[in-house]
Design a protein around this ligand. Structure first.
Ligand SMILES: [Zn+2]
Length: 142
């Protein structure tokens, strides 16, 4: 894997205390598409269990999908769609773990932080290798 710049402590940064908000209008538009519904079903079928819980040998249903790199912050539509629909950019999670990522990062274990960082770095490196650098912002990209 090429050595690419990546904020290693990304998932250790404290969260803002704000409440979960509904997906922005901009994101909601994408979640209503047939292509997202298809991807969602395929990933959910392949990963019926929470991928972070499995790290601790715990079995929990995957209730939700999380995009490792936020698609709706990408500068153009092509990259937004690619990151939305790329299974490599999606992790299946229990609601509890998903909330930990977005709002209670201090509850993530070191193993979980490492897994998330590895997965995210893999996605990032893939796009950089294709000459399509992707955008993230540390605070909002959860
Ligand atoms: Zn999420």
């Amino acid at each position: 894997m090429p050595n690419v710049p990546f904020p290693r402590d990304f998932y250790k940064k404290p969260r803002c205390v704000s409440f979960p908000s509904a997906p922005s209008d901009r994101a909601a538009k994408y979640y209503n598409t047939t292509s997202w519904q298809k991807t969602r079903r395929a990933v959910a079928q392949e990963h019926p269990l929470c991928e972070l819980s499995l790290l601790q040998n715990r079995v929990a249903n995957a209730d939700e999908l999380h995009h490792l790199i936020k698609f709706n912050e990408q500068p153009n539509e092509e990259m937004r769609l690619r990151l939305l629909l790329d299974p490599d950019n999606i992790i299946a999670l229990s609601q509890e773990k998903h909330l930990n990522i977005h709002y209670r990062r201090h509850l993530l274990t070191e193993d979980e932080v490492n897994l998330l960082n590895e997965r995210k770095q893999k996605v990032y490196a893939k796009y950089v290798a294709e000459g399509c650098p992707i955008v993230w912002t540390e605070d909002a990209n959860t």
